[in-house]
Design a protein around this ligand. Structure first.
Ligand code: RUQ
Ligand code: CUA
Ligand code: CA
Length: 636
């Protein structure tokens, strides 16, 4: 356990008059008080390097949360895979990993990034890396509708869409005119027309390599992507940079945090001001401006760009302390909470004041109804639908449960303790999420806290550690830690959806658009995919069409010539749920999944004369090993 008298631990300044009881009592003693924290990113660094701490909390095993073998979970969790570039599906409360959805990465199990169908989604010369942060499901009337899941790629400025019925990525959009899409949310009401995407980094315009130093002229922007077409419908230039975003429950506003109101290009500069801001976007006014032609185009891009910098009619800037990070709308739709990060406070905004704000009847700070201290390093807030909020305290390594209405009363001078409980988490949480908590249906059953560090919680696997996703029971008055879940890099964020909202297919529809292009190609070749096993040659392009039924391919062997570009197209005729086949051409870098009733194709060069075996690489039958065939490449 931590010895508070240990001389090696940094001192906490309990004499600091500005520190509240909660900050003073902060159990993690390896950092200074709030005064030391503000502006002290160096200190945050020190935290990360802190000595291995013994764990203090162990899960209370409670059988009501146990999901036995063969039992199904109550919730789907959609986990961002961070710089793995993927999305993962977990079951809750078991925290079992159910599936991985490749998005901005290459996946050899499914052939994502290898098959022609996935390459068509990724686009030509697509970067094969990604940094996914924020998965969000489409909504209708503020409730999850199961249709799509959207996720950003900070690394390559992209937004992807995953289809909820087959859990595969079906569209990827590169957002023009900006760098690094970070914050992402959906319009909640009346339905998800737009996916809102924040570009984080300010850059010169035009960005032609002629100017690095005129940082005054840098800017970044907020983008609205049409959820159906996945085209960027419009962009808004802003002051400062953009971090996270959320939307309200009227459909009228979206709002984004900014940690760099200073417009700095270095660390110290971006911490100079005591307050940065929240930018509020008036969606109707922006749409009207675009419609009226009050926009410009940048570079080759056709996207209408409007100017939402300070003084614009389209936006309002609300000052909030200091380098804020998460912004989270409460399920009732009345409030949103901006999380202070370098300030130990959260800022509560009352969203029905935004109408008056845009009519200039009130000042920006009048939309703030509370700004209260919670502890060190508040990053994100989740809600239980019963008036309580749960905020991660990165530096304190805690989740703070607090009462929103009481916080407002305390801010107005009443002597009321708004903090209900602080629970140690292990260690340094970023996002946290409650079951259904980002919708009207918040049910307050579980909270997931996503920790950036696991330190001593798991067996060591070398210098690189797993992260730790903890499951917390919030159904009672007290938060109870019930599960530690190691995860691979890096679940920034997740989203927890009741299983009733998700309806997936058992088999592919033969008309599925994910392989429509391949069906089209077969049609041109006069091939019926469901019956034919045929080779079509067109110059040195060879298309090999075959079916598969466990445990055999429709073709045992085929012949091509050295120098041919070979496309193997496989249609899985099995109608049985879960009988997925694979296709792998040995030594040719070609491998893919073909699920029941799916068609998939892969193209490779036949440049080595000789016999080359292909085989099924998804275990499908007792004779799965025998599901194989030969390609003969005749020398040129
Ligand atoms: S951000 S740790 Cu990429 Cu969601 Cu907050
Ligand atoms: Cu088909 Cu294994
Ligand atoms: Ca700042």
């Amino acid at each position: 356990m931590i010895d508070p008298n240990d001389k090696n631990l940094p001192k906490i300044d309990t004499e600091d008059p500005k520190a509240t009881e909660h900050v003073k009592l902060s159990r993690r003693l390896f950092l200074g008080g709030s005064a030391a924290l503000v502006g002290a990113v160096g200190t945050m660094g020190a935290t990360m390097g802190s000595a291995l701490l013994p764990s203090t909390a162990h899960a209370s095993s409670d059988s009501k949360h146990t999901v036995g073998p063969g039992e199904l979970d109550e919730y789907y969790g959609f986990w961002s895979g961070g710089h793995s570039g993927e999305v993962r599906i977990l079951g809750l409360p078991s925290m079992r990993e159910l599936m991985r959805i490749p998005v901005f990465n290459v996946d050899s199990a499914t052939g994502w990034g290898i098959t022609n169908e996935s390459k068509a989604v990724l686009g030509e010369n697509a970067p094969m890396n990604g940094d996914s942060h924020h998965p969000h499901m489409s909504m209708t009337d503020g409730q999850y509708d199961g249709k799509y899941i959207f996720i950003n790629d900070k690394a390559n400025t992209r937004v992807a869409r995953i289809r909820g019925d087959i859990m595969k990525t079906d569209k990827i959009t590169t957002v023009p005119n900006c760098q690094a899409i970070h914050g992402l949310r959906v319009q909640k009401v009346p339905h998800t027309k737009y996916v809102f995407a924040n570009a984080e980094f300010r850059m010169p315009h035009p960005n032609n390599g002629l100017n690095m130093d005129d940082i005054e002229g840098y800017y970044t922007m907020f983008s609205a992507i049409n959820a159906e077409t996945m085209e960027v419908d419009w962009q808004v230039i802003v002051d400062g940079n953009l971090d996270n975003t959320d939307a309200d429950y009227t459909g009228k506003y979206a709002f984004s945090t900014c940690y760099n109101a200073e417009g700095a290009v270095d660390l110290a500069g971006s911490m100079r001001l005591e307050r940065d801001h929240l930018v509020v976007f008036n969606i109707a006014r922006i749409e009207a401006a675009v419609k009226a032609g009050k926009f410009k185009n940048l570079g080759d891009s056709k996207v209408p760009v409007v100017d939402g910098r300070k003084g614009s009619d389209l936006t309002r800037y609300i000052p909030v302390p200091k380098n804020p990070h998460g912004i989270n709308t409460a399920p009732g739709g009345k409030y949103a909470v901006a999380n202070g990060k370098l300030s130990p406070t959260v800022t509560v905004l009352q969203l029905d004041k935004f109408d008056a704000l845009f009519e200039d009847k009130i000042k920006p700070r009048d939309a703030v109804v509370a700004e209260v201290e919670l502890g060190l390093g508040p990053l994100h807030t989740a809600f239980d639908g019963r008036g309580n909020a749960f905020t991660t305290l990165f530096i304190d390594s805690q989740v703070c449960k607090w009462d929103v209405e009481k916080a407002i009363r305390a801010y107005n001078g009443e002597k009321v303790d708004y903090i209900l409980q602080k629970l140690d988490v292990h260690y340094q949480p970023g996002h946290n999420h409650t079951t259904m908590g980002e919708t009207r249906d918040a049910d307050g059953k579980y909270l997931v806290s996503l920790q950036k560090f696991s330190k001593d919680r798991f067996l060591k696997c070398g210098p690189l550690h797993a992260e730790n996703d903890q499951l917390i029971d919030i159904s009672g008055d007290e938060m109870k830690l019930i599960h530690d879940g190691p995860t691979y890099a890096e679940p920034h964020d997740c989203m927890i959806v009741h299983r009733s909202k998700v309806k997936t297919r058992k088999l592919y529809d033969r008309k599925d658009p994910t392989f429509a292009m391949t069906v089209e190609m077969a049609k041109k070749d006069g091939v019926t995919l469901e019956t034919d096993n045929k080779i079509i040659r067109e110059g040195n392009k060879v298309r090999v069409y075959m079916t598969s039924v466990a445990p055999s391919f429709g073709m045992n062997e085929f012949k091509v010539k050295q120098g041919d570009e070979v496309t193997v197209v496989i249609t899985n005729l099995d109608q049985i749920e879960d009988v997925t086949h694979g296709f792998c051409m040995v030594n040719h870098g070609a491998q893919m999944e073909i699920s029941p009733q799916q068609t998939a194709s892969v193209t490779f060069m036949a440049d080595q004369p000789g016999v080359h075996w292909y085989y099924c690489n998804w275990f499908c039958h007792a004779l799965h090993m025998e599901m194989r065939g030969r390609m003969l490449v005749e020398p040129a």
